[in-house]
Design a binder for this molecule. Structure first.
Ligand code: PBG
Length: 330
């Protein structure tokens, strides 16, 4: 065997930290991270799960967590409301209360005028007694009635100061309807971040506990509107429609099991893609780390790097504040 064998040695590029740094194709930065924040009505308990990212903030407590996000360098937050069950009904009527919890929260944040992006999830599941993301008519989730309801909610939230509306329902035509209504009412500057490829997933469990939106089992299944995990080509079709209807960014959700979808959409569209590392994924890392099986810090950072490598521009993650601390330290 000649002394020079092999002539190409991949390990030359891995032999020290500085060279790995120079050839790294992907970087993770603090401003790649979007922090989900749950807000609650005062009468509700604050901590349904013993993990800080799932804490439910009252309106009074909101400024503190926002300042924490801002000072740590987070670019945007995504708000999710937790509503008293007494206010929930079949139609999710409370969603259209112009002085509802989310609208109040947005007004409050606008008042303190923090330079941070305000995203809101536009969905009915926090407001419906059955936990579905849509209006039920004749025992089915009615697409067009739901779109009408969501459009009204989006307008209320835009009026209260949301920078970006993120419809997470998977109804057909909702992006176009919301865009049209926003433009008509003078909100042409507001972004629509569409949950384009949202799969009917088993990884949303902790979120549903936090929001108190466990779907009642019966004839209707979230599978009648969220995507089938067996399908990939359909995600591209959804993306093309959302882009044509006016979506400014696309969300793929959940995250790690759907890296192929992120990759496909990032190669075939030019619209920025957000990965949503969802609640169940967060819990898997967290509980495995607590049991001593994996290193939490490295697992979260590696997950975010994988999203970026696949083609995501930014990441919605419950671990955002922790990741920021780790990145700022290293
Ligand atoms: C519903 C919504 C869900 C999540 C975000 N928005 C749950 C669902 O579709 O049932 C899940 C997020 C997570 O698990 O972190 N509008």
């Amino acid at each position: 065997m000649p002394a020079s064998f092999p002539s190409t040695r991949h390990r030359r590029l891995r032999q020290s930290s500085w060279i790995r740094q120079i050839v790294a194709e992907t970087a993770l930065a603090v401003d790649d991270l979007i922090l989900p924040i749950f807000i609650r009505e005062d009468s509700l308990p604050a901590a349904p799960l013993p993990y800080k990212p799932f804490y439910r903030y009252s309106l009074n407590e909101l400024p503190k967590i926002l300042e924490e996000a801002l000072t740590s360098g987070i670019s945007a937050i995504m708000l999710f409301p937790v509503i008293e069950s007494a206010k929930k009904d079949q139609h999710g009527s409370e969603a259209c209360n112009a002085n509802g919890l989310l609208a109040q929260a947005l007004r409050l944040i606008k008042q303190i005028n923090l330079p941070i992006g305000l995203f809101v999830d536009v969905a009915l599941d926090p407001y419906t007694s059955h936990g579905h993301d849509g209006v039920i008519i004749n025992n089915k989730i009615d697409n067009d009635a739901t779109v009408e309801h969501l459009t009204e909610l989006a307008l209320i939230l835009a009026d209260a100061g949301a920078d970006a509306l993120a419809p997470s329902d998977m109804m057909d035509g909702r992006v176009g309807a919301i865009r049209k209504a926003l433009d008509h009412k003078g909100f042409s500057d507001r972004l629509i971040i569409s949950y384009t490829a949202k799969y009917a997933s088993s990884f949303y469990g902790p979120f549903r506990t936090v929001v108190g939106a466990h779907t009642l089992t019966g004839l209707i299944d979230k599978k009648t509107y969220q995507m089938d995990p067996r399908n990939a080509r359909e995600a591209l079709q959804e993306a093309i429609f959302d882009i044509n209807e006016g979506a400014d960014m696309l969300i793929v959700k959940p995250g790690l099991p759907y890296l192929d979808i992120i990759s496909e959409l990032s190669q075939k569209t030019a619209t920025p893609i957000l990965a949503y590392h969802v609640s169940g994924e967060y819990m898997m890392v967290k509980t495995a780390a607590e049991a001593g099986y994996i290193d939490e810090k490295n697992a979260f950072i590696e997950s975010c790097i994988a999203f970026k490598r696949a083609g995501a521009r930014s990441i919605i993650t419950y671990a955002a504040l922790d990741i920021v601390k780790w990145l700022n330290k290293s």
